[in-house]
Write a protein that binds this ligand. Structure first.
Ligand code: PGA
Length: 252
């Protein structure tokens, strides 16, 4: 089954309003009009309205870097799916390893957040991935399986079909140390098998699984050649329009 590749830029805590306008203008010059692939950018919350304005008329998808599981309430520092939709978001990154490691997010929370995103019509980009210690202990597949099952708990196949998963080995994020295409493919194929067991094979074949962790212009082509790698979640290299454009224009 053909899956449209998705190349998503996670800007993390980078991007004032002015910098966001500038980067989006540069990016649009380079990638507006590319076909056969979806492109998304996830600026910080404060820059989302400006980003939506700068993206008017573009097919680039505006994404948030997180979303809370509840529609409203006493959750200081959090933001709801409805609030994100209101400012023009169509997707949300959920359960990024930095959220899990630095801010204590759990699989149960990721499940709630994903549910809320789906209910609001946002595309959830659910992140999973093992630490170096888990990889060295040969626990990668079991660990990632638990994260995927946790994220998708109680979802039916129709819901799972609307989810995107990002495999991001923690040891590869921001380190310049990418998983080899073979290492990534092994985990992507395993994730697809887990999705099939949570739903069914056609659903698993339709779900996009992105790779993330030091994706750069010079390694994206090899990664995208792997059959179960359907795109990339890009941190550092998404902050430079030329680099991200080259990633969007991967050749496989
Ligand atoms: P990186 O970040 O590309 O800078 O490694 C990826 C991510 O954290 O999504």
């Amino acid at each position: 089954m053909a899956r449209t590749p998705l190349l998503a830029g996670n800007w993390k805590m980078h991007g004032t309003v002015a910098a966001t306008r500038k980067l989006i203008a540069e990016l649009r010059k380079a990638v507006d009009g590319v076909s056969g692939r979806d492109v998304a950018v996830a600026p910080p919350f404060s820059a989302l309205p400006a980003a939506a304005e700068a993206l008017a008329g573009s097919s680039i998808i505006l994404a948030a870097q997180n979303v809370h599981g509840e529609p409203k309430g006493a959750f200081t520092g959090e933001i709801s799916a409805e609030m994100l939709v209101e400012v023009g978001c169509r997707a949300a990154i959920i359960g990024h390893s930095e959220r899990r490691q630095l801010f204590g997010e759990t699989d149960a929370g990721v499940n709630q957040r994903t549910k809320a995103a789906l209910a609001a019509g946002l595309l959830p980009i659910v992140c999973v991935g093992e630490t170096l210690a888990e990889r060295e202990a040969d626990e990668t597949l079991a660990f990632v399986k638990r994260q995927v099952e946790g994220a998708l708990l109680h979802f039916d196949a129709a819901a799972i079909r609307r989810v995107c998963i990002a495999y991001e080995p923690v040891w590869a994020i921001g380190t310049g140390r990418t998983a080899t295409p073979a290492q990534a493919e092994e985990v992507h194929a395993a994730i697809r098998a887990v999705v099939a067991s949570c739903a069914d094979r056609p659903t698993a074949d339709s779900v996009r699984i992105l790779y993330g962790g030091s994706v750069k212009p010079d390694n994206v082509d090899d990664l995208m050649r792997e059959p179960d790698i359907d795109g990339a979640l890009v941190g550092g290299a998404s902050l430079d329009a030329a680099s991200f454009a080259r990633i969007v224009e991967f050749r496989s």
